[in-house]
Design a protein around this ligand. Sequence first.
Ligand code: ADP
Length: 297
Amino acid sequence: MQLVINSLSKTYPNGVRALKNVSFVCHKGMFGLLGPNGAGKSTLMRTIATLQDADQGTISLDGLDVLKEKTALRRLLGYLPQEFGVYPRTTAEEMLDHIARLKGVNDAAKRRDLVATLLEHVNLTRDKKKRLGGFSGGMKQRFGIAQALIGEPKLIIVDEPTAGLDPAERNRFYNLLSRIGENTIVILSTHIVEDVSTLCSQFAIICDGEVMYLGEPDAAVMELTGKIYTKLIGRESLARYKQQHRVLSTHLKSGVLYIRIFSETAPGDGFIPGQASLEDVYFKAIGEQVDVAGINS
Ligand code: ADP
C-alpha cells in the first residue's frame, strides 16, 4: 500500500505558488505533514483528496492515477477537512446513518451495525443521541473520524485535527488516530510538532510550498543530537546572538530569555548542550528564527 506524490506544483490565479515540485511517498501508517500556516498543507491535502487540481505532477495510490481517476479515488478515501461543518440539530447517530447511506450502504440493518461500530470505535456511543451542535471540539473531531471511516478507506486525510483541542481531548484523538494508522495510510497535516512526534513514523516538513525535510522523527532528532546548545540571555542581547549564531528558537522562562542554537561544534560563549528535539528539527528546516516568546529583536 503506497501513495506516491511526484513533482506536484500549484500556482493560484493570484500568483501564489502554493506547491513547488512536491514529491514524497507514504506507506501504511501515519505520515505527518508539518509546516507553518500558509505552507501549502491544505492545498496539498485538497489536491490528494481530488477537491482541486494541480498544474503539474502526478499522485498515485497503489497504481491508481489519483488526479485522473477521481471517482475511483474518492471510493478509497476518508477525509476530515480543516473546516468540518455539521448539521447542529442532527444527532451523531442520525448523521452517520445519513452519510453511510450516501456512501452506498443501502441495507438498513448493515447500516445500523456499521454506525454502532463506528460510534464505539471513536468512543461516542454514550453521546449518540446528542445533537452535533452541542458537541465539544474533541467530540466533533472524533465524529469527523467516524464519518471518514465509512467505506473502509485505504487512505485517510486529516487536516489540522488537533487545533483547538484541550490536552485530554487531544490525547483521546491521538489514540484513535494511531489505531487507525495500523491498517491504512493516514496523512496528518499539522503545524503542531508534538502531533508528529507522538504519532507519525514518517514525516515531511513543508514551508513556502517546498518540502524542506523528509524522514523519520527519531532519525531526524538523532541528526541534531550533540548540535543543539542553549543559554539564558538578556533580552537586549538577542540581536547580537542572532548575528553570531544560528538561533533556532527563543522562549521566555521566568522573565529571562532562553535561546536554542544549532552548532556543529561547541560554541563556547556560555552555551550549554541541550537535548535535541523534533521542534529543533522543524525550526532548522524552515530556516527561520521563530520567536516563540513573541519577542522581536
Ligand atoms: P496551509 O494549509 O499550510 O496553511 P494553504 O495551502 O492553505 O497553506 O495555503 C498556501 C498558500 O496559498 C498561502 O499563501 C495561501 O494564502 C494561498 N492560498 C490558499 N488557497 C488559495 C486560493 N484559493 N486562492 C489563492 N491563494 C490561496
